[in-house]
Write a protein that binds this ligand. Structure first.
Ligand code: PMV
Length: 382
């Protein structure tokens, strides 16, 4: 297997038609003709939201559509080994779980709950015994969220074995759609990682075929500028987040600005897509930065309130604004629900921006740690 540090190239953009409905028939293995033991391995990237998903309802359904860039170097590799269980189906998920070659009880438990939740739709999950070996290309506890890359990699493995056993996902678009759907059930934002370059998750009149149930690719409609785009992640703190994303989403339920926020996100997403089609970097930066600050403002006025930025996050933001004013270089920031700052910029200024980071921003990062990333071509079966 190649190194985790290799970027993910290889999947070509597939035009999506989504004419095939999600396969919902009961998928049960015929024990008189059991499948041979085997394994599947997927590498899947993280993604950075430009329009944020914050607030959900029902079974992991978003309150507003979101839009992200698919990354390349922050990836999870997941190998799923399977064999038929001995004896009769005992109604349990059978799973051994290794993270970077060590057993991991907490991660195993999360995956067991996830597989259990899928088993009514995919009963074969309880007919098999699984071993998962997984690992990230970035250091664990580096302050980089791994749920998007991890859950999308696992969802892709599940689709591969479903297709191997039942031949239900032969169509590449149907495969991606189901992978995105399963990834969403594991961790909402993970559903966007299935697609190259850029993806939209959530119903919007701007994107035909968009859905709250799964993401759809939008790489084909954005300007080439955004396909050669960087995201350098400035690690201000690697500490675990003070509010989990599950608790954060729940806080939106009592937030007095929730409804206007959802309406804002819907119109912002439409505007951002127009701007990204046109390749207008100045407007792009305005929307993306405002969006990140809105996310943090929502958390500050939640009850209880959270301030997830640290003084160093603010110092970086101030320096980025000043650098932009001084040089005119198109470099913009966004943040997820944490203190780390993502710097977004086109490839044409990579040399200048990397020097700026080294000279002025690394001092605000824990151990000087910056994870260099860029827009990528989506997951690949390794
Ligand atoms: O997918 P979750 O439940 O971890 O939520 C992700 C929330 C944000 O990262 C803050 C925004 C987003 O759309 O990715």
């Amino acid at each position: 297997m190649r190194s985790f540090l290799n970027p993910c190239f290889s999947l070509h953009f597939k035009h999506h038609t989504f004419i095939i409905p999600l396969h919902m028939s009961r998928l049960i293995l015929d024990s008189s003709n059991p499948p041979e033991a085997g394994s599947v391995l997927w590498r899947s990237p993280s993604n950075i939201a430009l329009i944020k998903y914050w607030g959900k309802h029902g079974t992991q359904l978003p309150q507003n559509p979101s839009l992200s860039l698919t990354l390349a170097s922050s990836c999870t590799d997941t190998q799923l080994e399977y064999e038929l269980k001995e004896g009769s189906d005992d109604g349990q998920i059978a799973l051994d779980f290794f993270f970077h070659e060590a057993e991991n009880v907490a991660f195993r438990q999360k995956v067991v709950v996830f597989l259990e939740s899928l088993s009514p739709e995919m009963p074969f999950l309880k007919q098999l015994k699984f071993t998962i070996r997984t690992g990230n290309s970035f250091p664990h506890s580096a302050g980089i969220a791994s749920s998007a890359s991890a859950m999308s990699a696992l969802a892709l493995c599940l689709c591969s074995i479903e297709d191997r056993f039942f031949g239900t996902l032969q169509d590449a678009d149907a495969f991606d759609q189901k992978a995105s759907y399963l990834a969403r059930l594991g961790s909402g934002s993970a559903c966007r990682s299935i697609f190259p370059q850029a993806a939209v998750w959530g119903l919007t009149s701007m994107v035909a075929g968009s859905s709250d149930e799964y993401a759809v690719p939008v790489g084909e409609i954005i300007h080439p500028t955004f396909k050669d785009f960087h995201d350098d992640i400035l690690i201000v703190s690697s500490e675990e987040k003070s509010v989990s994303s599950r608790a954060g989403h729940a806080l939106m339920d009592g937030n007095p600005y929730a409804e206007p926020r959802y309406a804002q996100a819907r119109t912002r997403l439409m505007r951002l897509l127009e701007v990204m089609k046109a390749g207008d970097l100045t407007e792009f930066g305005k929307i993306v930065e405002d969006e990140a600050l809105t996310l943090h403002a929502l958390m500050m006025c939640s009850n209880p309130s959270y301030t997830l930025m640290r003084p160093d996050s603010l110092a970086i933001i101030e320096k980025v604004r000043q650098y932009r004013a001084d040089t005119g270089h198109p470099v913009y920031f966004t943040l997820d629900a944490g203190p780390n700052v993502h710097l977004l910029y086109p490839g044409e200024v990579v040399v200048e921006v990397r020097k700026f980071i080294e000279d002025h921003l690394e001092e605000h990062c824990e151990g000087g740690h910056v994870q260099q990333d860029w827009v990528g071509e989506g997951p690949e079966e390794v």
